[in-house]
Design a protein. Sequence first.
Length: 148
Amino acid sequence: MTIIIRPIEKADEPEWRRLWTAYLTFYETSVAEDVYQTTFKRLLSGGEHEYRGFLAELDGKPVGLAHYLFHRHCWTIADTCYLQDLYADPDIRGQGIGRALIEAVHVEATKVGSQYVYWTTAHDNETARKLYDRIGELTPFIEYLKMV
């Protein structure tokens, strides 16, 4: 089986939507239709500080996605890379899809001079954390959120 990682394209919207919906469902959340539309437009915009995305294909079928963003950081001159969303269809997990998506984001971050790629996950997302523990470094930071 061949894994191909490529940028999201306009024709990918139905499969991207399927994958992102599954990702949101995993985290027991949903978004309104206008968020789907706006997010997809942002992924395609190519804007300097807009989100970008990759799809993972296995034998020609989209089976995973990654959304990432370059943003300014007060501690470095180069932008930092935030990997916001990472998802692989449950029936193909363990075949290297997540790792390939993370590595593709890492390559893009290297191209623009980022010092690192960072991401968060739920503390109880044990399946994903097994991968993350092998390829990344667990930081001592704890995330807080204050709703507005």
